[in-house]
Design a protein around this ligand. Structure first.
Ligand code: IVH
Length: 682
């Protein structure tokens, strides 16, 4: 592959994982793997500066803010930290600091070591000691205003003790205690909802809820570690932490002031094990130069401060037996090997399956059935097989071979030029079809409630559905009579049963989905590389499936943020006759294939176009400006006077006469929670 090709591929991969991590709170790879992709991209871009583009993931600080909350600008950028993965990298950091400060070999630097909390970073603004704003990190420059939610976190004081007057910002981490995480997941499983992969995801999910009452139920907590914009404060970081504590802010108690890098190496080693006894997740140690004046002199790069580094704890590993290698078929036909393991406890959970990535990796690591293998769980996410423990063992099974045919349909597996993934190309493959239907129906696509795995399996097995368009031909009677066996044999409802009313409701849901926004349909089609965001951009850029289908690669790339990989994938998808046939059948089944004017007018993700709002009284969690901003971003208008034409009057505490006027004229009123819900669902 050419350097340009590899760079493009890396950027796409990184963007994909950034979206999963920052926007969907659903990471698919560990931090270390993500960092490795970034390092490779940085190295390639350094070697080929002519290929650097301003939109490369190396050129910015973090992810995108999500829709739904007002966007706010941070007082100063919220930088990220450079990482160190070994004692050697810690010592190299110390070298850089000493060089930057002109300290001789004999001199030692004073540092503060803090545990790195695995949560969600937050910036709290205090005005004369009163909490006035809480914002997520977002892309580092702009975050989401989550004030209402932050106010529900008991560890965060709404008013500081003895704080100086004026405005300053305190930064830290919001997290979910381990015990709460366990009970939240148990509740979710009981309610039939998928559990969160780790406490950070659960915390991030909670902070971004639009209804603060639900946030309060999540029992989040927080540790703070930094202050920005404070004049005449302490001159050291240690002094700052003490001060923040006296003001009533929560400071993680295990920080230490240490002289010289060797004391820090020892601190990191000690906490590598000791951290498991804490009530919250930590994923490393943050080391900061103590003297604030020295920090000033060291300064920052565009992404990281030069005065701090994050030591990442190595991933936890255990050894177990590899019982089998099975194949999994994804909706794009990608067929990937998965390890079936003798169940083993790792980092607090029992692991029975692990990813093997792809056939090349299995061959490279020479992983064979029956081997004892080392498995690893980095920070969070899916465990993976790292290596075979004893590759020299004489009685091993033969090398594993990637089967030539699809385990589901028997179709031939093929592999594209320069690709590592094998694919089943049969669009009729039942396993592919199942995954495509699940994706089509998912909350992030057509949002067809009730079309779960068990029903999908049955529809495919009985041949009632051979592509997504067939869903719209399903009659009420067929679905009511459908007999479905639950997937979990331990479930209370283990007997196969007729769907009955559930089937009838599903018909209504499918029918409702015909009127979905265009981006949902585009995302639901399952075009490679087209996630939710790209689907929104394409829907707005082209306005209809016909126009999208007719666009050439250049036309596609004229849509902001759409790059060559996505453009090529879209073109390829529509070039396939079967896909064009599918689109035609969807249209004739009455599925809307055009965006409405309102969809086109409003920013991606929702629409309040044509709606006018009047605000009255004081809102708890957001300022008037923030509310106006959120409404306008969704295409709505905010005016000052209530008339019959006003769509909604938002009524806060101590409302004025406008609330009475709304009642007189019969204009709908919203309280703050209802406004948030409206913003969220629009
Ligand atoms: S200091 C400019 N201290 O780690 C310095 N960060 O990888 C900013 N984090 O975005 C960060 N615990 O969300 C700092 N004790 C700690 C931390 C910490 C967790 C998070 C924070 C940051 C990320 C950087």
């Amino acid at each position: 592959m050419t350097a340009a090709g590899r760079i493009a591929a890396l950027r796409d991969q990184i963007r994909h994982h950034e979206t999963l991590y920052y926007d969907q709170d659903a990471p698919a790879i560990s931090d270390a793997e993500f960092d490795a992709l970034m390092r490779e991209l940085r190295a390639l871009e350094e070697a080929r500066p002519d290929l650097v583009t301003p939109d490369s993931p190396t050129r910015r600080v973090g992810g995108q803010p999500v829709d739904g909350f007002a966007t706010v600008e941070h007082r100063a950028p919220m930088l990220s930290l450079d990482n160190a993965y070994s004692d050697g990298e810690l010592r190299a950091f110390d070298e850089r600091v000493r060089k930057g400060l002109g300290v001789t070999d004999a001199g030692v630097i004073d540092y503060v070591a803090e545990l790195k909390i695995d949560g969600l970073s937050i910036a709290l603004t205090f005005d004369d000691g009163v909490l006035v704003r809480g914002a997520t990190r977002g892309d580092g420059e702009h975050g989401e205003d989550v004030t209402g939610n932050v106010r529900t976190i008991r560890a965060i004081p709404l008013r500081l003790r003895q704080a100086p007057p004026g405005i300053f910002e305190v930064r830290g981490e919001i997290y979910l205690p381990r015990a709460v995480f366990a009970s939240v997941n148990q509740e979710r499983e009981e309610a039939g909802e998928p559990p969160f992969a780790n406490p950070r995801n659960a915390a991030a999910g909670a902070v971004r809820q639009l209804d603060p009452r639900q946030v309060a139920e999540r029992r989040l907590s927080a540790w703070m570690y930094q202050v920005v914009g404070l004049e005449d404060g302490p001159t050291t970081h240690a002094g700052m932490l003490d001060t923040l504590e006296t003001w009533g802010l929560p400071i993680e108690p295990h920080w230490e002031r240490l002289s010289g890098i060797e004391a820090l190496v020892a601190y990191c080693a000690r906490w590598q094990d000791a951290r498991h006894d804490l009530g919250y997740e930590t994923d490393g140690v943050v080391i900061k130069v103590d003297a604030l004046a020295a920090r000033e002199r060291l300064g920052t790069t565009s992404k990281f401060p030069r005065w701090a580094v994050a030591f990442k704890f190595p991933a936890q590993q255990v050894t177990t037996r590899l019982d089998d290698i099975v194949l999994q078929v994804g909706r794009t036909g990608a067929v990937t090997p998965v390890a079936v393991l003798e169940p083993v406890l790792l980092a607090g959970s029992t692991i029975g399956m692990a990813t093997l990535h792809n056939a090349d990796e299995v061959a490279r690591k020479d992983i064979r059935v029956g081997d004892r293998v080392v498995i690893e769980k980095g920070g969070d996410v899916i465990p993976k097989v790292v290596r075979v423990e004893d590759p020299e063992r004489p009685d091993r099974a033969g090398p594993w071979q990637m089967p030539a045919t699809c385990p589901s349909c028997g179709g031939e597996l093929v592999r594209g030029d320069g690709e590592v993934v094998w694919r089943c190309e049969r669009s009729s493959c039942p396993a592919r079809l199942r995954r495509s239907l699940e994706h089509f129906a998912s909350r992030h696509a057509m949002n067809i409630e009730g079309l779960g795995e068990a029903i999908v399996d049955q529809l495919v097995d009985l041949g009632l559905v051979t592509d997504v368009a067939d869903l719209f031909a399903l009659g009420r009677e067929t679905l009511e009579e459908l007999v479905v066996a639950p997937r979990d044999p331990k479930s209370e409802r283990a007997r196969p049963r007729k769907l009955g009313k559930v089937g009838a409701n599903l018909v209504t849901e499918i029918d409702r989905s015909r009127q979905n926004e265009l981006w949902r349909l585009i995302h639901g089609l399952g075009i490679r590389h087209v996630g939710e965001r790209a689907a929104e951009l394409l829907a707005r850029g082209f306005g209809s499936l016909d126009a999208l289908a007719a666009a050439n690669v250049n036309g596609l790339q004229r849509v902001p943020e759409i790059g060559p990989v996505v453009a090529a994938a879209v073109r390829k998808w529509f070039d396939d006759e079967r896909n064009r046939g599918l689109v035609a059948r969807l249209a004739s089944a009455g599925v809307r294939t055009q965006a409405t004017d309102a969809e086109l007018a409003a920013p991606a993700g929702g629409s309040l176009a044509g709606k006018t709002f009047v605000l009255t009284g004081t809102l708890e969690g957001l300022t008037r400006e923030q509310a106006t901003d959120a409404i306008e971003r969704l295409g709505g208008k905010v005016t000052g006077t209530v008339s019959r034409k006003t769509s909604y009057v938002v009524v806060g505490a101590d409302p004025g006469s406008k609330a009475d006027k709304a009642r007189q004229l019969g204009v709908e009123t919203l309280d703050e929670a209802a406004l948030r819900r409206l913003i969220m669902t629009s």
